[in-house]
Design a protein around this ligand. Structure first.
Ligand code: ACO
Length: 368
């Protein structure tokens, strides 16, 4: 049975920064409150024209270059996001087109901040079963577009960004070992964007009522999060038959430092065992875990052979955890030229669009 190895990784965040001092100018808040209650100091915010797929594509190119994988080798793209570009088509299909993943299937996965763990599980199961060989898993968000920048309860928390991993089949033991996934829809109203979908389509009234923005019962979400983080970590370790002493790093969803501290207390672990970067990014939802993985690899914290736990929670309510062993980049003779593939993808996309137009004219389609 093949193993599902994490063999490529990449992240992308917008250049534009909003610090706590910037927020002080637009809402009734202050740096001291935000740092004490959340640990967040600044967040990256997409500029006009930057989108969930453009961040995802940037992260994906980096991950493919590290893995030395050609876009045409990808079997499946899973984009975990709560801020897709459209209701449909899936953002994953936009990524597929932009990177020229000619044979890949593509779909979006919606499990809020737990989404990356869900996506990683789907991808690794498909590889472990032997049905797929290469899967690109992306977590990407532009939450800033759904935040009410006059609501101090929510706007201080969120940031934009994307992280991508390439998962590849290989017979060497390691990679994603086990995952646990949970949900409790009875808490659906604790964290939601109430309008814009089939229940409450956009109307003047929904817009006036601010129902297209994130609505959150912060205290209840906090209580739920502190309960499930340690619980899910213990559960995934037990399902994998791994002792917590064998775990080098816990890489948690980056929502609030106090939630991570509570998880550390629950697991009787020092905070130093947790990869934490929320001070610089805020809560980037499903992108937070892959971004933290990229940083842990880049700064040398995550080393070949290390076992680590990913654990998260989010709207739904959803929560879950994965345990994995990082085995580094898989050896390959393959040379890849990212610039060449970018050019190929762009040209291919242009020619396919042109071809669809020409076909439309030939067949007399009205909107061609
Ligand atoms: N600046 C200053 N004061 C504030 C701010 C602010 N930005 N926001 C709230 N306050 C005030 C409140 O009005 C309240 O004042 P009051 O006591 O006079 O009423 C006081 O601070 C305390 O408010 P609480 O809501 O009790 O503050 P709390 O300590 O719970 O912190 C927070 C709030 C940070 C939102 C916390 O509850 C939290 O992190 N919850 C979890 C949120 C989360 O993780 N959400 C993402 C989930 S993942 C996903 O799926 C997207």
């Amino acid at each position: 049975m093949p193993f599902a190895h994490i063999t490529g990784w990449g992240m992308a965040v917008p250049d534009k920064l909003i610090t706590n001092a910037d927020l002080e100018k637009i809402i009734d808040t202050n740096d001291k409150w935000i740092v004490e209650r959340t640990g967040i100091k600044e967040r990256h915010i997409a500029y006009d024209g930057q989108t969930t797929s453009s961040l995802a594509v940037e992260a994906a190119w980096k991950a493919l270059a590290v893995a030395k994988v050609k876009p045409a080798e990808i079997d499946l793209i899973i984009c975990s996001t709560s801020t897709p570009e459209y209701m449909f088509p899936a953002t994953a299909c936009l990524i597929q087109d932009r990177i020229g993943a000619t044979k890949a299937g593509a779909f979006d996965l919606s499990a809020a901040c737990t989404g990356f763990i869900y996506a990683l599980n789907m991808a690794s199961q498909a590889i472990r079963s032997g049905s797929l060989k290469v899967v690109l898993v992306v977590g990407a968000e532009t939450l800033s577009r759904f935040v009410d920048w006059t609501d101090r309860n929510t706007c201080i928390l969120f940031g934009d960004g994307a992280g991508a991993l390439v998962l590849k089949a290989d017979e060497t033991p390691g990679g994603v070992i086990s995952s646990v996934l949970h949900s409790d829809g009875s808490g659906a109203d604790l964290l939601s964007i109430p309008a814009g979908c089939s229940k409450n389509p956009a109307t003047e009234a929904t817009i006036r009522a601010g129902l297209h923005y994130i609505q959150m019962d912060g205290r209840e979400v906090f209580r739920f999060a502190t309960r499930v983080m340690a619980q899910a970590t213990r559960e995934v370790l037990s399902s994998a038959g791994i002792s917590i002493d064998d775990i080098k790093w816990i890489i948690p969803h980056q929502a609030n430092l106090r939630i991570i501290e509570a998880a550390a207390r629950g697991l009787k672990l020092p905070l130093e065992k947790f990869v934490i970067n929320l001070d610089r990014y805020g809560n980037t939802s499903t992108a937070s875990i892959p971004i933290a993985i990229c940083e842990a690899i880049k700064d040398g914290r995550l080393q070949k052979g290390d076992k680590f736990v990913l654990v998260g929670f989010g709207a739904g309510l959803t929560w879950g955890a994965s345990v994995a062993q990082w085995t580094g980049v898989l050896e390959t003779e393959q040379m890849i030229r990212p610039t060449y593939f970018r050019l190929f993808a762009r040209t291919r996309s242009f020619l396919r669009r042109l071809w669809l137009r020409i076909e439309g004219i030939v067949w007399g389609r009205k909107n061609s």
